[in-house]
Design a protein around this ligand. Structure first.
Ligand code: AMP
Ligand code: MG
Length: 406
């Protein structure tokens, strides 16, 4: 592996991302119903099988009359409602009552709007004749064979409506990634409980859960005891879950402390450790490992570090698994305020608010002082990349950032 395989020295964000892109290959494909396809990646282009609309339709409620018939009084000879198919050749002086969406009886017609007409018995009097035909002609929206949604697109609700309209009821998409998440740490208690002294509420599990949900992953979450052999025993009880997972996430215990056993646990499962530390701030104690096509992360327990690693690295893996057309992870923007970088020797990912203003992304840096600080996440939707050694970045400076609300 060219990038960062088997490194014992700390890896940069760049090299970890490159490594993950190399490791994570698009998962298998499956056909799913439209109601299951939101946020899934389309793996074949969706073409229009026929012109859309497929027939000339009335755009309004009104009366079809011949374009070449300039009179104001007509005889109503037929009614066409949406869903009807009643072809007929209109004679001079004839009109057909037609509903919005109704198929036109023939060519060379115009629809007089209901609002521009008076009707008594079967007689129609046109009070105003607009120049518009008020017809949606066959092929107005798209032509047969036209690509409507490109391969590699993440399906939005609008796209699903398009697919439905042309009969792509079972689009071919990437299967959902499968993940298993373990939270470690004896100090961790569920959010609904009141911590005793020394305990803290588990904020990482919900972070991971909702992050995985955004990526349409199927996943399970478990707590692992801090005791290494007890943890290994617990894992042995869910072997099949681990065997079928594409992604393993272990929160906490990724460092080098006596009780930090994530590395040993992964090695025990037959994973090859590829990264054991990074040059990032926050996010230094990060483990990246692989076993065949499976990828595992030992994530730093500190919530902000957790957030950074999920948004940079787990996201890169899920993106590659998805088989979406590759997008740049880093975008460019300008700082909306001063960023006090203090010359830190480590590349920093700084929580910020990204906002589109006058056509450019502006980034407002948020306050944080440690990787354990969490409150900035109440506002952050971006991480600004601050290069190692940077002292201070002034308002207006051009920066790179990663959006975290995607
Ligand atoms: P660790 O990575 O296990 O050394 O943990 C680093 C810090 O993150 C410690 O202060 C932990 O208490 C904290 N931490 C670990 N797991 C969680 C979690 N699930 N939620 C919130 N904080 C955590
Ligand atoms: Mg711990």
């Amino acid at each position: 592996m060219s990038t960062a395989a088997n490194i014992s020295s700390p890896a940069s964000a760049e090299s970890v991302i490159a490594l993950l892109r190399e490791l994570a290959k698009p998962l298998a494909m499956e056909n799913v119903s439209l109601s299951e396809a939101l946020q899934r990646v389309l793996r074949e282009p969706a073409l229009a099988p026929e012109d859309q609309p497929a027939f000339d339709r009335s755009a309004v409620d009104g009366f079809a009359v011949r374009l070449d018939d300039a009179r104001t009084e007509f005889q109503i000879v037929e009614e066409i409602r949406a869903g009807d198919w009643k072809p007929r050749e209109l004679q001079l002086g004839e009109a057909v009552k037609i509903s919005t969406g109704g198929a036109l009886p023939g060519a060379g017609l115009q629809i007089v709007m209901r609002e521009d007409a008076e009707v008594s018995d079967e007689r129609l009097r046109v009070t105003q004749r607009e120049p518009e035909t008020n017809i949606r002609f066959r092929g107005d929206d798209c032509r047969a064979g036209q690509i409507l949604v490109e391969r590699g697109t993440t399906l939005s609700h609008g796209m699903l409506a398009v697919l439905a309209s042309v009969g792509h009821a079972k689009p071919l998409v990437t299967r959902r990634p499968r993940a298993v998440h373990f939270a470690t740490g004896n100090e961790i208690i569920p959010p609904e409980q009141t911590p005793q002294r020394g305990q803290i509420r588990d904020s990482n599990s919900i972070l991971v859960r909702t992050f995985l949900e955004k990526w349409s992953a199927e996943f399970t979450q478990h707590r692992l005891p801090e005791d290494e052999s007890a943890a290994k025993y617990q894992i042995s009880n869910i072997k099949s879950e681990i065997e079928t997972a594409d992604l393993l996430l272990i929160s906490g215990g990724a460092s080098v402390g006596e009780h930090d056993f994530t590395r040993r646990l992964l090695e025990d499962l037959g994973f090859e450790i590829l990264v054991s530390k990074t040059t990032l701030r926050p996010g230094k104690p990060l483990i990246v490992a692989r076993r065949g096509k499976q990828i595992a992360f030992g994530l730093p327990g500190n919530p902000l570090a957790h957030f950074v690693c999920l948004n940079l690295f787990a996201r890169t893996v899920l993106d590659s698994f998805n088989g979406a057309t590759p997008k740049e992870l880093f975008q460019r923007g300008v700082l909306a305020g001063k960023l006090e970088a203090d010359g830190n020797a480590r590349e920093t990912f700084w929580p910020a608010i990204a906002e589109l203003k006058a056509g450019r992304m502006e980034l407002k840096p948020l306050r944080w002082s440690s990787s354990g600080d969490l409150t900035s996440l109440a506002q952050a939707n971006a991480l600004v990349r601050v290069v190692a050694g940077e002292m201070n970045l002034v308002a207006g400076a051009e920066v790179e950032f990663v959006a975290t609300d995607c």
